[in-house]
Design a protein around this ligand. Sequence first.
Ligand code: FAD
Length: 292
Amino acid sequence: MQSAKTSLSFEVFPPTSKATNDSLFTSLKQMEGLSPDFISVTCSNRQTSLEDSTVKIAEHIQQQHQVDSIVHLTAAYLNEEEVDTILTSLQQKGLQHILALRGDLYPDVQRNNDFLYASDLIAYIKHWDPSFSISAACYPQGHPESSDTVEDIHYLKQKVEAGADQLITQMFFDNQHFYQFQENCWLAGINVPILAGIMPIINKRQAERILRTANVQLPKKFMAILDKYADNPVALRDAGMAYAVDQIVDLVTQGASGIHLYTMNNASIARTIYKATHSLFDLETITAVGSA
Ligand code: FAD
């Protein structure tokens, strides 16, 4: 057994227009004082310039808010030369943390074969400059392309062996999935911190999108909330936030290494969760052997 504090981090995404960029900067300002351990910034595989969106926002977070940021980098459609250019830029800007991803594949777009999997990108970055700190994605309910969780964990281990320092999970709504996954990782010899990705559901449209696109099951308890409050946006939001708080209280109590909050660029979500749980994060928790 060992003791450690559970980290709290946020995720934001680059808006699609200048106007919404300003609103993200306002949200980031409103998140000030919540002291996240880091804020990660997503990217899009279809995006033309990482520099003008993800990198710019990550730089803003570090310079204006003095919070570490993590740049998401998807490589399925990049070649080595393009990755070199991005890494040089990140180095120059003092952005030392990368969430290295393969990214989703689009059947209509010709992919590049330089980085077939995230593990190829991780190994490449670590060789390029070992001082980059690297996170990787993981999936408590399995990645949609994997035939089973054993195969998924086998490839996850390759990402860690290639140099991933920590793992961040896809959103999940049943903590048992996370605990089972964490145990499977430990059994497989994966000993880096696993940060639990939590997404508060605050409206019906968002819930429908998750059910349609993400490979996650919503537990009965959560489906009951959706059924009961589907036509009452205020009640659905309250219940969704309470559900996320409940998940976080349990995860911190059980000694999860970190909580990574999918904020959807909404400062009020981050503030509400922070207000309800921040005292828990100040306490050291006892974690089982195997977790870092
Ligand atoms: P990989 O780790 O490469 O895995 C992809 C699939 O290939 C898996 O099924 C895996 O089991 C299998 N596999 C891995 N290695 C091998 C191998 N050697 N041989 C055979 N099979 C293998 N997407 C975005 O577009 N932008 C983002 O900013 C973004 N951020 C994310 C953040 C988090 C925390 C998470 C969990 C996901 C994020 N995604 C993002 C989604 C992600 O891009 C997709 O899930 C994508 O389909 C897989 O990317 P990966 O890096 O996990 O791929």
